[in-house]
Design a protein around this ligand. Structure first.
Ligand code: HEC
Length: 162
């Protein structure tokens, strides 16, 4: 074998080796693609709404159970408060600046709803569900309307009828 043929063969081998090293290193530093997929699915955050039934929110209201019967006088008071302080952003028949309160008791606990009304700033900072809600509504925050606990309780009673 001539020296020049030997040299060109050597160059070929070097080039092929370089290509193989490139392919191997693009596979993620020895980690198999299956491992990477597993890691991605495991680090995916879980749905914050999934645990709504045990989430009481953060604020002045502790977990409580609503009485069976709806208090119509309280509903009337709640409707008045809602219409004067909430309809700028909430509509019953559709999603508006904020979500519709229709059927809210099938997806939020009574305490969570009242804490959201009374402590919206604390809620969007610390409660996982309120945080997600803020993102779902493109960062427009729920405004604190400075309701008393009694007014918030009345609004909750009104929400039971929607
Ligand atoms: C300036 C607009 C604005 C006003 C006024 C407002 N809200 Fe909201 N509200 C929002 C937005 C936006 C969201 C969703 C995003 C978030 O929570 O940050 C929200 C979320 C909520 C939620 C949670 C709904 C859900 O499906 O989880 C409740 C309950 C609520 N508001 C009740 C009220 C009540 C009661 C009033 C009146 C006292 C009121 N809001 C006034 C904008 C408003």
């Amino acid at each position: 074998m001539q020296l020049s043929t030997f040299n060109s063969n050597l160059m070929k081998i070097i080039r092929i080796t370089a290509v193989i090293i490139l392919i191997l290193s693009s596979c993620g530093g020895g980690q198999s693609s299956i491992d990477r997929i597993k890691e991605q699915t495991m680090s995916k955050p879980s749905d914050p709404y999934a645990n709504w039934e045990s989430n009481q929110g953060i604020g002045p209201i502790q977990a409580f159970t609503l009485p069976q019967d709806i208090d119509q006088a309280l509903v009337g008071k709640g409707k008045e408060v809602y219409e004067s302080k909430c309809t700028a952003c909430h509509k019953i028949d559709k999603k508006f600046i904020g979500p519709s309160p229709a059927g809210i008791l099938t997806r939020r606990t009574p305490a969570w709803i009242m804490n959201m009304i009374l402590n919206p700033d604390g809620m969007v900072q610390e409660d996982p569900m309120a945080k997600q809600l803020l993102m779902d509504f493109n960062g427009s925050p729920m405004a604190n309307q400075n309701l008393t606990e009694d007014d918030a309780r009345a609004v909750l009673e009104y929400f039971r009828t929607l």
